[in-house]
Design a protein around this ligand. Sequence first.
Ligand SMILES: [Zn+2]
Length: 298
Amino acid sequence: MDVTVFARQHGVTLQWLEPGKRFQLKGNGASVEFEVGSREFAINGARAFLGEAIRMPEKKALISRIDAERFVGPMLRPSAAGPAPALRIIALDPGHGGRDSGKVNPRLKVSEKTLTLDMVNRMKPLLEKQGYRVVLTRTEDRFVELAERAEIADRAGADLFISVHFNSVESGAERVTGVEVFTMTPQHQLSTDQNPDSQASKANPGNLYDGWNAVLGHCLHKAMLDDMKVPDRGLKHGRLAVLRLSSCPAALVEAGYLSHPDETRKLMKPAYRQQIAEALADGVRNYARALESARKKR
Ligand SMILES: [Zn+2]
């Protein structure tokens, strides 16, 4: 789709920053910067990844229709995300548990499953204070199947699903830090890692709210960057089981690297985990505002 048409559709202005190379869309309090030939772009200063690179075969820059309609459009203008779903019950999903420790830092003797549970216990009262009912997919150090996590949220009638994780890398452990956020890959698109997967052609439950997933993912991602001042690993798409099976808007956050010694030491501090929890609660507040503005515009 022609980006000038896309810009007009959303009431934003298109400006070339480097003719034929980089352009900006600005309006409705949002700003997006794209680069021709690249999947990576910036939305309100945060990194994000398109399903397909911006192309410019001739004089017109093109964005894929799926990216335009299900990802960037809703982030520019939430009312383009479709009817605003309710927001009363929030499911928080602490990654891993029981025999599944998740990522571990053996030297500092800390595992992901312990930190994720601590994180949701910090987030719960913050979200309750905002007026939501909060359900947890586990409340103790117990193994829970991925599909069961989505079922627990479903049974509770959750309107929002947030899965909390911590990251690790094999190579570059001394270097890589920061946060990244995943939302479900839209149907017929490649995930950010570009590995073709068997689920791509299916309409998964997690695709019911592609537009709202984008809004939610951006709100959580941006709030973490603003509040935590950490390196930005990007807003990405993946067909991760809990996202694929979620029947409400959902996101998975990776809030830091257990492979990095200094970042792990930071994550081991309760005050820092509280800061992350507060950032995520701020993200939910901004998502709620986006729902509200979309309800008014329809
Ligand atoms: Zn994990």
